[in-house]
Design a binder for this molecule. Structure first.
Ligand code: PMP
Length: 290
């Protein structure tokens, strides 16, 4: 990898209420968030200087913290104002914003009652290379060995760091085998989502997507459902089994980073990215740039 490592870039990072030099935005190795994954975060995208769905992302950050039993010591308005200032200070017009909150160093044990909660926001330039035709080739997915756990195992609605360990394992396995990403099943063996994006299937003018009952109901997923209905697609949230995949013509992923990414295959099953992908990519592009 030739890209500059993330701790060595230029600019400023908002850390616990102050703008600090990028290289100085540090935490101690004895941080609860590091040892016990008591960390929640957001991924937001900036289009033309505007943060897309900032309100929804901010709400999810606070909900994630609440579900993980910690309180963010700043108001949503303060973090939103800090995010906007940060974009200006770093001159980011088209990019990505990463707010993160974690428990500090007061206690190193499963109990963390007295740990201070820290918050940082970083952002960087990351233009959306939304060349629809290049995207239409589609990516290849491999079904993961790891499964999304049942809702009784952890608060799945939280965008919490601990939930990403099986995602990283699954993504590595997919990449090691020449695929772009993994498709994760849930504990019942139903189709769930990719490692950091939701999944949709199309058959004619009907979209099918798994019910978000044990994984993140993505903000992009919700946006795409609205856009699709406005374009007269029928959208069905339902149980989808791996054996159902042959019923569909098209498949695509949705996510803040993935935007709408057509899929050409899942294991041996092939899809033909077509009119549904094209129409929804066009609608999504104009919505984020509106
Ligand atoms: N599922 C997972 C596991 C994710 O990490 C993401 C990205 N946040 C999504 C789905 C899509 O969510 P969103 O559309 O809100 O980015």
């Amino acid at each position: 990898m030739s890209a500059i490592p993330f701790d060595q870039r230029d600019g400023v990072i908002w850390l616990d209420g102050e703008f600090v030099e990028w290289s100085q935005a540090r935490l101690h190795v004895l941080s609860h968030g590091l040892h016990y994954a008591s960390t929640v975060y957001e991924g937001e995208r900036v289009y033309g200087g505007k943060i897309f769905k900032l309100h929804e992302h901010t709400q999810r950050l606070y909900r994630s913290a609440q579900l993980m039993d910690f309180a963010i010591p700043w108001s949503p308005q303060e973090l939103q104002a800090a995010s906007r200032q940060l974009l200006q200070r770093n001159a980011v017009l088209d990019g990505y914003l990463r707010p993160v909150a974690w428990r500090g160093s007061e206690m190193i044990s499963t109990s963390a009652r007295f740990n201070r909660v820290h918050v940082a926001i970083a952002c960087w330039q990351w233009p959306s290379y939304f060349d629809p035709e290049a995207r239409m080739a589609g990516i290849r997915l491999k079904t993961a060995d790891w499964r999304r756990p049942p809702p009784q195992s952890s608060p799945f609605e939280a965008k919490a760091s601990g939930h990403y360990q099986i995602a990283t394992l699954s993504k590595h396995d997919a990449e090691n085998n020449g695929y772009h990403d993994a498709l994760m099943l849930d504990w019942r063996g139903h189709v769930a989502e990719a490692t950091s994006a939701n999944v949709f299937f199309a058959k004619g003018r009907t979209l099918h997507t798994p019910l978000a009952d044990c994984f993140l109901n993505g903000i992009t997923r919700q946006t795409v459902i609205e856009l699709a209905r406005a374009l007269d697609y029928q959208v069905i949230e339902r149980t989808i089994l791996p054996t159902d995949l042959g019923d569909f013509d098209e498949c695509f992923l949705t996510g803040t980073a993935a935007e709408i990414t057509p899929v050409q295959s899942i294991d041996q099953q092939r899809f033909e990215p077509g009119i549904a992908c094209r129409e929804l990519i066009a609608a999504y592009t104009s919505t984020v740039n509106a």
